[in-house]
Design a protein around this ligand. Structure first.
Ligand SMILES: C[S@@+](CC[C@H](N)C(=O)[O-])C[C@H]1O[C@@H](n2cnc3c(N)ncnc32)[C@H](O)[C@@H]1O
Length: 242
């Protein structure tokens, strides 16, 4: 579990320096070019989440921004923030290489967002909430920078999925999921927003031509009630009152 902002910075800096398998499975900024199946899933997820173009979109904990090439077309302007400078350096290189002229990234903490009140129409995060040391603070900052009627969308791993629970149990830095999951986040974010949660199988790591049939079978199995609660992910949608 990552306990503080310095520990988070150090962890991701080491990940980029050492580049273990996890880096190539999950954080490589060009992963969508290398994994067409993953790219297709992420594209569908964004089409569903953002049916209309968002004027001003903020991504918190953007990391290397591997999904920005698919998220950018859904926004007039897309800003990413992250604590970790080496992650942002990779993100800037990607943004430049892909010609994403409506995207910028900057270093800042989600616990102290450097934006005026009511700046953004939508705030989005992907695999961020289970790492943030103080979700209460993040929730109030996100609520502050959202316009009235704005949405916060968090895409997160589902604690109830056995392979997700196992993956996170084996990595100390991922233990945050056990205390920061759909149950606690619903309570935390419910203080500021109307919250709804749905389940989804958009995964990044270990999805390739070899595992595709297995993924399809799991997706089919989890498309109904009550097996949907076993999906790989949950998507929490929070609406700020108008
Ligand atoms: C698992 S990574 C996900 C990155 C990216 N969203 C993705 O899906 O590839 C979590 C990210 O959250 C960032 N992070 C954690 N706590 C943060 C905070 N308080 N403020 C800003 N970024 C934070 C980390 O630096 C890291 O890049």
């Amino acid at each position: 579990m990552l306990y503080g902002l310095d520990q988070i910075r150090r962890h991701y800096r080491e990940l980029l320096d050492d580049k273990p398998d996890d880096y190539f499975e999950r954080f490589d900024p060009y992963i969508l070019d290398k994994r067409p199946l993953v790219s297709g899933l992420v594209e569908k997820a964004f089409d569903r989440l953002f049916p209309e173009k968002v004027p001003n979109l903020l991504d918190v904990g953007c990391g290397t921004c591997f999904y920005f090439p698919l998220l950018a077309p859904h926004a007039e302007k897309l800003t990413g923030i992250d604590l970790c400078i080496p992650m942002l350096e990779q993100a800037r290189e990607l943004i430049e290489a892909k010609g994403l002229t409506n995207c910028v990234v900057e270093e800042s903490s989600a616990l102290e967002l450097p934006f005026e009140d009511e700046t953004f129409d939508v705030v989005h995060s992907w695999d961020f909430l289970h790492h943030v040391p103080d979700p209460q603070r993040a929730a109030s900052e996100i609520a502050r920078v959202l316009k009235p009627g704005g949405r916060y969308i968090a895409v997160e791993p589902n604690l109830l999925n056995i392979s997700i629970a196992h993956y996170h149990a084996r990595r100390r830095v991922e233990w945050g999921l056990y205390s920061k999951n759909q149950f606690s986040n619903r309570r935390t974010f419910g203080k500021h927003f109307d919250v709804s949660i749905r389940y989804d199988n958009t995964i990044i790591s270990f999805l390739n031509e070899r595992t595709w049939k297995l993924w399809k079978a799991i997706d089919g199995f989890t498309s109904f009630w009550p097996t949907k609660y076993l999906s790989f992910r949950y998507v929490m949608e929070c609406r700020k009152s108008s």
